[in-house]
Design a protein around this ligand. Sequence first.
Ligand code: ADP
Ligand code: TRP
Length: 319
Amino acid sequence: MTDAKPVLISGVKPTGDLHIGNYFGAMRQLVELSRGGKYRPFIFVADYHALNSMQDAQEMRRRTRELVTAYISVGLDPKEVVLFKQSDVPAHTELAWIFDTITTMPYLMRAHAFKDAEAKNKEISVGTFNYPMLMAADILLYDAAVVPVGADQKQHIEIARDTAEKFNRIFKTDIFKLPESFIMPEVAVVPGTDGAKMSKSYGNVIPLFAPRDELAKAVMSIVTDSSGERPENVYQIHRLVRSTQELEQVYAEHKGNYKMLKEMLIEDLNRYLAPMRAKYEELASDLGIVDEVLARGKREARAISEEKMEQVRRAIGVA
Ligand code: ADP
Ligand code: TRP
């Protein structure tokens, strides 16, 4: 715990079927931040968070494995990162309970996620209502300094800060460090094949680990609008894998030749993604590697979080 490097932590829900929007919009930044030795990184599969919406044992198991495999394939180094499953570390749910007891219902009712659900007249689970408390525990257990998240998660980090302050005040301690959010820049809202935001719920995705022929099929299905200067939906994806300077030229030279531009995009995408896909296939064929990474992450995360929990138990007077 006395490592001088600031701790970085982020949780990722195993909600699956990864596409290039996930990669360019989130995974790539998280992997970059966790490399290079600037931080002491912890990345975990937020399976207990996902349980609010994914209640199928087989799917949970499969998607958890897929997510870990995917992150390692796109460059996360399990030797540099503590990579673990939230459910493997009981301190998360234990601390969430303790936070529940010092948090009021009206406070949590101000959370965006709850207000959105209410506005839509949705009956949410108690777990969804409490989501910010579990997330506060995820963060505060490890003395996280930076928490890289998408902009939609900013409020959750503020709730974690409030909760740390409140706990420290009530129990006259300084056990919890206040985390900062690190809003990952929206480098790209990657458009899908229909031009709308790429999302697994819209059926407009280019899959991240698909073989070349599937990649080609997805690219060929990109909707093009012949009225424009250039096929914008093709271009916006193309610029993720080739410099805009080069593209300006190519798109000007081949103006109107959508077929050729798409074929070039298939080549470029395939070249970019092939090494990740190869790594993914390699890892997927050897189940032992992911198991081993998770087992090591579990040991390390448990040791650190248990130390913190001992302080917490003493501070609240149950130990
Ligand atoms: P989906 O929309 O396919 O359900 P998720 O909501 O599971 O994707 O997103 C997981 C992460 O990937 C989030 O951090 C989100 O910001 C990022 N992401 C998803 N789709 C895109 C996209 N089209 N462009 C940029 N980032 C994206
Ligand atoms: N709530 C985050 C999301 O939906 C996932 C998450 C859970 C998380 N616990 C976390 C992110 C702790 C950062 C830190 O994307």
